[in-house]
Design a protein around this ligand. Structure first.
Ligand SMILES: [Zn+2]
Length: 454
C-alpha cells in the first residue's frame, strides 16, 4: 500500500501540518486552475475581458514558484504536528487487541474504561513512528490509528485540538449519563471521546479518517491522498476579483489568492493580534438623535439581564439586533455597554475562544503579553469599565487575560475578526461545539451502535 494522509478528527489538518503549496505542478495545472477562477470571476461580472483576466490570474499563480508567499504560521506548527493517539496499543504494531464477541465470535473493540493516551509524532498513513516523552524526547515506537483498517478503534487528535476539546467542552454542563441506556459507566474524558467516536453508526470515514457527522467546512477536500495543496479548498473568487479591480497583479495579487484558497484554515491558532495604528473601520452608525421615544422590550430589561442575553449572541447577531430599531441602536452601541458586552462575551459567552487555554504550551504567556500591549494603548480612564460589576469567572478556567476594566474591547475584537490565526481559532471552537453535541447525545442515549466488548 502506498502512503497517504489521515486527518485530525477535530480540525481536519494532517499531522504533516497541512499543505505548503497552492497546487502541485505548475506546468500541468496552472492553466486549468486559472480557467476555473476566471470563469467564476466572469460569472459574477460578465463585463470583464476573459483573456486579460486570465493572464493576470495565471501570472499571479506562477509567482508562487518565485517568491516566498506562504504566510508565517502555516505548516510548521507542533500543535498540529504532534498528536494524541487515543485507544489501545498493546500489539507489536501499535494496534489494539480485539476481543471475540461472546455470541457470534466476531471481533469487537475494547470499551473505553481503560483507554490509553499516547503523545505521538511522525504521523503518516494514519500511523505514527515516535512517542513523545517529557521535554519532547522521542522514542521509536509504532502507533496504529488508521481508519483504513475497519477493525481499528484507535484514532488521533492533534495536540492543540485535544487541549481545546478538553477545555471548551463543558462536561459539567452536559446531562449526566442515563442509567437506562447502554454505555460504559464512569468514563474519563478520553474514555468518553473514544466511545463517542467508536459508537457512531457511521464510523470514521475510511480514506481520510474523519467523522461523517461533523461538518469540516471543506478543509477535507485538500486531502487528495496527501494533504499537499490548498487549491481544492478554494471558495469563490471574491478577493481575487477585488484585487484585480484594484489593479493588482503578479505577487501583489497573491494575498488575495491565498484568501480565496482559504489558507487561513491551516494557520496556527495561537497568535493574538497586536494593536496597530490603523483606524478601526466603523461597522455601524450610532443613533444619537432621540427619534424614537417609544419604549421597547429591551428598555425594560435590567442592565444585568441585557448583558446575560447579549453575551451569548455571536458578535454579528448582536450588531444585527442593534440594527432593528433606533432605540436599540442607541442602547446597544453605546460604548460603555458595548465594551461590557464584549468583555462578558470573552469571559463566559460567545467569544470564549479568544481566551488562552492554559494546558496548551505557551498560550497563557503569549496572550498575557498581547493583553499588556493592548492595555498600553489606552489611557487610564478611556473606555473604562471600572465601577461596573466584574464578571465572576469559573475558578478552574479563569484567567485575568483580556479582562481588565479599561481594555479596549471593541478595537481588539475587531482585530481578532480580521486575524487569520484568530479566525482559525474560532473555527476550531465551532468544531469542538459540534463534538459537544455528540457528547450530549452520548450522555443521553449511549451508544448509537454497540461495537464494544463487555
Ligand atoms: Zn486538530
Amino acid at each position: 500500500m502506498g502512503g497517504y494522509d489521515q486527518l485530525c478528527i477535530v480540525c481536519g489538518v494532517a499531522p504533516s501540518g497541512g499543505p505548503s503549496q497552492l497546487f502541485t505542478d505548475p506546468d500541468d495545472e496552472v492553466e486549468h486552475i486559472a480557467e476555473k477562477i476566471v470563469s467564476d470571476i466572469l460569472l459574477a461580472d460578465p463585463s470583464q475581458d476573459y483573456s486579460a483576466v486570465f493572464d493576470i490570474v495565471q501570472d499571479a499563480l506562477l509567482q508562487t514558484d518565485e517568491v516566498q508567499w506562504l504566510p508565517d504560521g502555516i505548516r510548521d506548527w507542533s500543535g498540529f504536528q504532534n498528536c494524541v493517539a487515543i485507544g489501545y496499543f498493546d500489539n507489536e504494531d501499535g494496534a489494539a487487541s480485539l476481543f471475540p464477541d461472546k455470541t457470534d465470535g466476531n471481533p469487537c473493540f475494547p470499551n473505553g474504561s481503560k483507554v490509553q493516551l499516547r503523545c505521538v509524532s511522525g504521523g503518516s498513513a494514519g500511523g505514527f513512528t515516535s512517542i513523545l516523552g517529557d521535554g519532547q524526547t522521542k522514542e521509536e515506537c509504532l502507533t496504529h490509528c488508521t481508519s483504513r483498517d475497519s477493525r481499528n478503534p484507535n484514532f488521533f487528535v492533534s495536540e492543540a485540538c485535544y487541549h481545546y476539546l478538553e477545555e471548551w467542552i463543558d462536561r459539567t454542563a452536559l446531562p449526566s449519563q442515563r442509567l437506562s441506556v447502554p454505555h460504559t459507566p464512569n468514563l474519563t474524558f478520553a474514555g468518553e471521546l473514544y466511545e463517542i467516536v467508536n459508537s457512531r453508526a457511521e464510523g470514521r470515514e475510511r480514506l481520510k479518517g474523519l467523522l461523517p457527522c461533523i461538518d469540516y467546512g471543506g478543509i477535507e477536500d485538500t486531502c487528495e491522498q496527501y494533504q499537499d495543496n490548498f487549491q481544492p479548498n478554494r471558495q469563490g473568487c471574491k478577493h481575487i476579483a477585488a484585487g484585480i479591480n484594484e489593479g493588482l497583479s503578479e505577487e501583489n495579487l497573491l494575498p488575495h489568492i491565498i484568501r480565496d484558497f482559504q489558507c487561513w484554515m491551516f494557520m496556527r491558532p495561537d497568535r493574538w493580534p497586536s494593536p496597530t495604528a490603523e483606524e478601526v473601520p466603523q461597522h455601524f452608525t450610532r443613533h444619537n438623535e432621540d427619534i424614537n421615544k417609544a419604549e421597547t422590550l429591551f428598555d425594560k430589561l435590567s442592565a444585568q439581564l441585557l448583558l446575560t442575553i447579549a453575551r451569548e449572541l455571536p458578535v454579528p447577531s448582536y450588531l444585527a439586533l442593534s440594527a432593528t430599531c433606533g432605540s436599540l441602536r442607541r442602547r446597544l452601541t453605546e460604548s460603555v455597554l458595548l465594551n461590557r458586552v464584549l468583555k462578558e462575551m470573552i469571559a463566559v459567552g460567545s467569544l470564549q475562544w479568544v481566551r488562552p487555554v492554559n494546558a496548551m504550551p505557551g498560550e497563557l504567556e503569549n496572550a498575557t503579553s498581547i493583553d499588556k500591549e493592548w492595555l498600553s494603548t489606552v489611557s487610564d480612564n478611556e473606555g473604562s469599565l471600572a465601577n461596573n460589576e466584574s464578571v465572576i469567572l469559573d475558578g478552574s478556567k479563569g484567567t485575568s487575560v483580556f479582562q481588565s476594566a479599561n481594555f479596549p474591547y471593541f478595537t481588539f475584537v475587531h482585530a481578532c475578526f480580521t486575524s487569520d490565526s484568530m479566525n482559525n481559532r474560532r473555527r476550531l471552537w465551532e468544531n469542538t461545539k459540534q463534538f459537544e453535541r455528540l457528547w450530549k447525545a452520548f450522555r443521553l442515549y449511549g451508544w448509537e451502535v454497540d461495537r464494544f466488548h463487555h
